[in-house]
Design a protein around this ligand. Structure first.
Ligand SMILES: [Zn+2]
Ligand SMILES: [Zn+2]
Length: 317
C-alpha cells in the first residue's frame, strides 16, 4: 500500500499543503488542497506522475475541513464520478463556513473581541471561504474513530484526534506505524487550536487544547516511526516532537497566567499583549490561541473565570 505525498500551493500564509495519495484500490486521496487553479493543476500533475488521473479516485478523505485541506473535495468528487467523500461529523461547523453562525459570533463576544474586530474577522473569512465549496449533510460519509479504511492490500485505522479542530482525524498504518496526521502534527510550528463551538453543545466552547493534548498522547501510543503532517516535512522523531510540543504548551501557559493582573483580562486583551504585531488576518488565530491556553489553565484550576456582562474575564486565583 503506497502512500504518495503530493505538495500543493495555497494562497495562505502557512504555505503549501500536503495531500496523500493511497495508490491501491480503492484509490484514495487524503485531503485535496484549496480550490484554486494552481492547486488543481499541481494535484493533476502529482496524480499523473504517480500513474493516475483524478477520475481514478474512489475515495476523498478529509483530515479536517479547513479550506487548504478540503477546498477541492467537491470538484474532485464531481470529476471522479461516484467517489465518496469522508469527513468526521464534528467538522460540520467548518464544512459550511465558520463565522457565519451566530454561535461563532457569540464565542468571539465572550472572548472580549470588540464589534469592529468581529466584523473584520467575518469579512476576512468570507474571503477565505472562496477557497472551498461547502457540503450538505447527505454529501459525505462520516469518519468513525477506530474504524478502518480498507484497501486491497492493508488498512488505515481512523483515529479521531481533535484539537486543531473538533473533527480532526489521523490515519494510522499499523503495519509499519506510519501516520497521516493532517494539521495535528506539523514539524516546524505548534498547530493552532482554533476557537470552535463544542459540536455536542454549541452554547459551549470546545476545550481545544485539553483535547489536543489527549490526541498527541493517543498518537504517541502507536509509537509512530513516521508522521506525515498537513504542511512541511514528515516527522521521523515523534517522541522529540511530542516533548517539544508539551514543553511549548506549558511555557505558553505560564506566560499567559503571568499576564493576568488582579483586575483580570479577557482573552482578546491577553492576545493583544501576547501578539502585539498581529495583523488582521492573524488576530482570529491569536485570540484562539489565548482562549485555548486560558481555558486549559482554568480547567486545571490555575486561574479563575467569571462573566462581566457578555464578556468572560480571567483572573489569577
Ligand atoms: Zn487546519
Ligand atoms: Zn492546514
Amino acid at each position: 500500500m503506497r502512500i504518495i505525498p503530493i505538495s500543493l500551493p495555497t494562497p495562505f500564509y502557512i504555505g503549501p499543503v500536503n495531500v496523500y495519495l493511497i495508490a491501491v484500490d480503492p484509490i484514495t486521496i487524503i485531503d485535496t488542497g484549496p480550490k484554486t487553479k494552481d492547486a488543481i493543476n499541481a494535484l493533476r500533475d502529482g496524480l499523473r506522475a504517480a500513474g493516475f488521473r483524478s477520475s481514478d479516485l474512489r475515495r476523498i478523505v478529509l483530515t479536517h475541513a479547513h479550506e487548504d485541506h478540503c477546498g477541492l473535495a467537491r470538484s474532485l468528487r464531481d470529476e471522479a464520478k461516484d467517489a465518496e467523500v469522508f469527513v468526521h461529523e464534528w467538522e460540520t461547523g467548518h464544512r459550511v463556513g465558520r463565522l457565519e453562525y451566530a454561535e461563532h459570533r457569540q464565542l468571539l463576544v465572550r472572548a472580549g473581541v470588540p464589534d469592529d474586530e468581529i466584523e473584520g474577522m467575518r469579512r476576512m473569512y468570507e474571503g477565505v471561504r472562496m477557497y472551498a465549496d461547502s457540503f450538505d449533510d447527505h454529501e459525505y460519509n462520516p469518519l468513525w474513530d477506530n474504524a478502518e479504511l480498507e484497501f486491497a492490500t492493508g488498512t488505515l485505522r481512523i483515529v479521531h484526534t481533535p484539537g486543531h479542530t473538533p473533527g480532526s482525524c489521523s490515519f494510522v498504518r499499523e503495519a509499519d506505524r506510519t501516520i497521516i496526521a493532517g494539521d495535528c502534527v506539523l514539524k516546524r510550528v505548534t498547530p493552532n487550536p482554533v476557537l470552535s463551538a463544542d459540536p455536542l453543545d454549541s452554547s459551549k466552547r470546545f476545550p481545544s487544547l485539553a483535547e489536543y493534548l489527549v490526541s498527541l498522547a493517543r498518537l504517541r501510543s502507536f509509537a509512530p516511526t513516521l508522521v506525515h503532517g498537513g504542511h512541511g516535512d514528515a516527522v521521523h522523531d515523534y517522541e522529540e516532537l511530542f516533548h517539544r510540543y508539551v514543553r511549548a504548551i506549558s511555557e505558553r501557559q505560564s506566560q499567559v497566567i503571568g499576564l493576568l493582573s488582579n483586575q483580570g483580562a479577557s482573552a482578546w486583551e491577553i492576545s493583544r499583549v501576547m501578539f502585539p504585531q498581529t495583523d488582521d488576518v492573524h488576530r482570529f488565530l491569536a485570540v484562539s490561541e489565548a482562549v485555548a491556553h486560558l481555558d486549559l489553565a482554568h480547567s486545571e484550576g490555575k486561574i479563575a473565570l467569571e462573566l462581566a456582562g457578555e464578556r468572560e474575564i480571567y483572573r489569577p486565583n
